[in-house]
Design a protein. Structure first.
Length: 249
């Protein structure tokens, strides 16, 4: 083959290679169809079995959970599990949900420790409870005390620095959540073996600010410490408060 023929063959190969390159999709700008932009688990309302309804959404790196007929919002943390799954836990370390890599959800409850498959049923609805205005703070606290008395016969009052709470929406929301969670914890404890000891000893739930989220009991006062610097999750859940009540009496 002469030199001119070799040169022509080279041009033909180069043109073919160029067409092949331009025929490829623009991969760096095209996300893989296997990668989902949706958070897992999917935000929304779920049904577990035929009797449990709950709502999930995301707040930063935490998943929030709220059961129907309850105003408590649980902030769950995630741990890796086999086969790409994740276990979402309460602040007590107790599992709440298991989520598969493709988004399947299993709910764990005291009545169903082996788990109940949960199915997505609707969009997110009302994860956050209604806000409490500064003028309604004391009324909110008195209402909680009344509810606790009605459900448990415990004579417990709620206390905090009302003036300080009135000045900050974020701190007020956190403190009100702590009081609400404490009321749920007392209702849980009223059905347990420590009921009489709590009724005889505990008379005040006090919410304070501090540098550590914790719950303590001393001389008839249940003190719930919140840390506003850490955000909306920086208060103990009802499960954590109930655990403190159980171990203190």
């Amino acid at each position: 083959m002469n030199q001119r023929a070799l040169f022509g063959l080279a041009l033909t190969c180069a043109a073919a290679a160029g067409l092949a390159v331009h025929a490829q999709p623009d991969q760096p700008d095209s996300p893989s169809p296997l990668i989902s932009a949706s958070p897992i688990p999917r935000d929304g309302t779920y049904m577990a079995g035929d009797h449990v309804t709950f709502v999930l959404d995301h707040a930063g790196d935490q998943v929030r959970l709220r059961f129907a007929r309850s105003d408590e919002v649980f902030y769950l943390t995630a741990e890796a599990a086999p086969l790409g799954a994740r276990v979402l836990k309460y602040d007590t370390g107790t599992p709440a949900l298991r989520v598969t890599g493709w988004g399947g959800v299993t709910l764990y409850t005291p009545d169903d420790p082996a788990g109940i498959p949960a199915e997505y049923s609707d969009v997110v609805r009302n994860v956050d409870p209604p806000p409490v205005s500064p003028k309604d703070l004391k009324l909110f606290a008195a209402g909680l005390a009344k509810e606790v008395a009605a459900h448990t016969d415990f004579a417990v009052g709620f206390a905090s620095d009302w003036d300080d709470l009135a000045r900050s929406d974020a701190v007020r929301a956190l403190a009100c959540a702590a009081m609400l969670n404490a009321s749920y914890a007392l209702e849980q404890s009223a059905t347990g073996p420590k009921r009489n000891a709590i009724a005889d000893t505990l008379h005040v739930v006090q919410v304070i600010e501090g540098n550590q989220v914790k719950t303590t009991i001393h001389r008839g006062v249940l003190t719930v410490t919140i840390d506003p610097k850490l955000g909306a999750s920086a208060r103990p859940s009802s499960l954590a408060i109930a655990r403190t009540l159980s171990s203190a009496f």
